[in-house]
Design a binder for this molecule. Structure first.
Ligand SMILES: *[C@@H]1O[C@H](CO)[C@@H](O)[C@H](O)[C@H]1NC(C)=O
Ligand SMILES: *[C@@H]1O[C@H](CO)[C@@H](O)[C@H](O)[C@H]1NC(C)=O
Ligand SMILES: *[C@@H]1O[C@H](CO)[C@@H](O)[C@H](O)[C@H]1NC(C)=O
Length: 283
């Protein structure tokens, strides 16, 4: 009786086991698939239940055929770096994440396996842009130069690591925001180049500046890069350059005075010696 019961249980369990493995639901699907992209380093990222399955990622642009991504064939991680694969950058790409059994089965075609599509992603239009570095220099009391350094991207052309400007070219502008320190009123300018000259500032006033990449040809959501840190310059009055000039001038004046005094003293001594020798010679 007892053995019949255990036999029955065993049978039920075995049945359930067969059902779950045969069922598509038993194979972990890639979930929460999303694109994470910064300065054109583009990673496809997903979550999944723990299992000994592996993933293969393939991609396609527009309606072209699927291509396996060389770096993500039968990987156990739940991410795939597609930075070097998605070229040219300005295309809409879709990815397909296929779950494969840990032991390769050559009889199964990829189409028969569990898989999950990503959303469509265009790196050129959607990659996030990190904060730029700026250098602010006062030209005179009312003019300032803001010098912006492009961030480097993860894209290479042969041996060269491309900058943001190398990739976006004329599509890349910079937005510069500035304000008098202590004031809440802000002004914006758009610069086409990495060097912006801001004139007609109030003399003797201290100003602060910050800048961000601005790509007006992109959709609104992705037009702005991250903001740089604020860079402030002191007002013209306590300009350290002016102090330096004064110290220099006083130093030169003192030196000239010292030389004049020395020359006078030497001359006098000379004259006195000649006078004494002349008066004592003819006796
Ligand atoms: C870009 O950054 C925003 C804000 O941090 C984030 O929500 C978005 O997912 C990022 N996009 C990509 C493609 O990484
Ligand atoms: C997915 O991206 C986020 C944000 O970059 C990261 O924190 C997380 O670790 C990534 N997940 C995987 C599985 O790589
Ligand atoms: C701007 O920055 C670049 C790179 O740091 C430098 O080569 C250039 O001389 C700078 N120009 C000015 C006006 O500061």
């Amino acid at each position: 009786m007892a053995s019949l019961k255990t036999g029955l249980y065993l049978g039920v369990c075995l049945c359930a086991w067969i059902i779950t493995t045969a069922d598509d639901n038993g194979v972990p699907r890639a979930e929460n698939v999303r694109w994470v992209s910064l300065d054109f380093k583009t990673i496809l990222n997903w979550t999944t239940e723990a299992s000994d399955h592996v993933f293969t990622v393939r991609y396609s642009s527009d309606d072209s055929d699927w291509t396996d991504s060389d770096d993500c064939i039968r990987v156990s991680e739940s991410e795939c770096d597609l930075t070097h694969t998605l070229k040219p950058l300005n295309r809409p790409y879709s990815a397909d994440i296929i779950t494969e059994p840990a032991i390769m089965d050559y009889d199964i075609s990829l189409e028969m396996l569990t898989h999950e599509y990503s959303s469509v992603f265009n790196p050129y239009l959607e990659s996030n842009i990190s904060a730029v570095n700026i250098i602010v220099e006062a030209l005179d009391e009312s003019t300032v130069i803001v010098n912006i350094t492009d961030p480097l991207t993860s894209v290479h052309h042969y041996d060269k690591q491309l900058s943001l400007r190398d990739i976006l070219k004329k599509d890349l502008k910079y937005k510069i925001t500035y304000y008098k320190s202590g004031s809440t009123g802000k002004r914006d300018i758009i610069s086409d180049t990495n060097m912006a000259v801001l004139s007609q500032l109030d003399a003797g006033q201290s100003y602060c500046f910050m800048a961000a990449a601005f790509i007006p040809s992109r959709p609104k959501r992705t037009q702005h890069g991250a903001w740089s840190v604020h860079q402030c310059i002191p007002g013209g009055k306590n300009n350290p350059l002016n102090l330096g000039v004064w110290v220099g001038a006083v130093f030169i004046l003192l030196t000239v005075l010292f030389i004049i005094v020395m020359v006078t003293v030497l001359c006098c001594r000379c004259c006195r010696q000649r006078n004494t020798s002349q008066s004592s010679a003819p006796v």
